[in-house]
Design a protein around this ligand. Structure first.
Ligand code: PLP
Length: 408
């Protein structure tokens, strides 16, 4: 288990639980590793904003050579807010409202079209995209995990549809092409990532030959995994880079597309912690440790199940294995559990629990069921802690309520 590089006790002296805290140097370290692994090619990481949609983080990543990958209007605005524009922004949406396409177009973003059905309306009502890119979902994928069977996927297009789509773009006079695919999620197995990348490379070759077009970029998506469990090993990113380099050299001799990734989890996942306090211990058929965070602060275990979305938990200042506990929040939902049957040291009321690896798809998935409020976010920059989002208040929560006197 990676060592935490700052003192949580320091933060606890001033800040009420629950809160998120991120490690800036850790995030930078992951970015640098990824960039180094792909330094053999014209490469760019477009951070998946949905993983950690905080302007401080996006600015940090921008200053270190990353763009953003957005999937919604708010994420486009966030990218705009930190000064990103044009081809430093990808827009990978699905079931997309026209106004979101409009904003992406105004920013000059590269749009990865999820469905070729969007193309005619886009061209008619918005304009001609400067680069044509379509999301590819191959019929057969390797190890697709949480993201699911491609044949059940609502994302992207099968190969034949890609041909139709690129033909539409070609007929519209477009000269620049890219392709996108996001087939895996949280994959630690480099063979799986390599095989899926080969599937994309093969598709590019075929489309290129069939339509006589060259591809400027290949976006192999995000989904690089992180070791959530202490027994799991880190992804060997350098070996992955080397494997993909070999494939690239085999498939691309005449034209040389750039390689893009849009990782979220790999960049920020391991460098975020949710800090929460034990409020109550309940002995029932099992022992339940009730903490002051709940599923509204971290939805992954509730959404995917505590086994699929394992988050390691430690008790501040305590070690060892005393007994099995269920660690639960206070929502009126029985899946509001951060861990089930987890062996932990002896837990008492007032103990501080650290929920690990919540730096991606953690705070951002938060919601307000039961009127629960979203927690604050802090970052440790190597010198001190900075608040990068304040805690929500009841005033925020009630701010959208109207008196019922507005007729539509
Ligand atoms: C289109 C797209 N790109 C990138 C990502 C980032 O995935 P990860 O954080 O697992 O790398 C996601 C995740 O949902 C996604 O939907």
């Amino acid at each position: 288990m990676k060592k935490i590089s700052f003192s949580i006790e320091e933060l606890l002296k001033k800040i009420p639980t629950p809160f998120y805290v991120y490690d800036q140097n850790g995030i930078m370290g992951s970015v640098k590793k990824l960039q180094k692994a792909f330094s053999w090619v014209d490469f760019k990481e477009f951070f998946a904003v949905k993983a950690l949609p905080n302007p401080y983080i996006l600015k940090l990543l921008k200053d270190n050579g990353c763009g953003t990958d957005c999937s919604s209007l708010a994420e486009l605005y966030l990218s705009d807010m930190v000064g990103l524009e044009n081809e430093d922004i990808l827009f990978t949406s699905n079931n997309t409202p026209l106004e979101e396409y409009q904003k992406a177009y105004e920013l000059g973003a590269i749009i990865n079209f999820d469905d070729i059905g969007h193309i005619p309306e886009f061209i008619e009502k918005i304009g001609i995209p400067k680069i044509a890119s379509i999301r590819y979902t191959p019929e057969k994928a390797y190890g697709s995990g949480i993201i699911g069977n491609p044949l059940e996927s609502k994302f992207g297009m099968p190969f034949e549809k890609l041909i139709e789509g690129y033909q539409m773009f070609k007929d519209a006079g477009i000269k620049r092409y890219g392709i996108h695919a996001m087939i895996i999620s949280n994959t630690l197995d480099i063979d799986i990532i390599t095989k899926n990348t080969e599937t994309i490379f093969k598709a590019v070759r075929k489309i290129s030959k069939k339509l006589s077009i060259e591809f400027e970029f290949i976006d192999i998506g995000g989904g690089f995994g992180i070791p959530y469990r202490p027994e799991e090993k880190e992804l060997d990113i350098y070996l992955l880079g080397k494997n993909i380099k070999e494939l690239y050299e085999y498939y691309f001799v005449d034209f040389k597309p750039k390689i893009f990734t849009e990782n979220g989890r790999y960049i920020t996942g391991p460098h975020g912690y949710l800090i929460t306090k034990v409020l109550h211990i309940k002995e029932s058929y099992k022992t339940y440790v009730g903490v002051d965070a709940n599923m509204a602060n971290l939805m992954r275990p509730g959404l995917y199940g505590p086994k699929n979305a394992y988050h390691h938990i430690t008790v501040l200042g305590k070690e060892g294995k005393y007994k099995k506990y269920d660690i639960v929040g206070s929502l009126c939902e029985n899946n509001d559990k951060f861990a089930v049957d987890r062996e932990l040291p002896k837990i008492e009321k007032g103990d501080i629990l650290i929920i690990h690896d919540v730096g991606a798809h953690g705070h951002s998935m938060g919601f307000n069921y039961n009127g629960k409020l979203r927690s604050a976010e802090f970052i440790y920059d190597g010198i001190g802690f900075k608040m990068i989002r304040r805690q929500e208040t009841l005033k925020d929560y009630f701010s959208t309520i109207e008196g019922g006197d507005i007729y539509v």
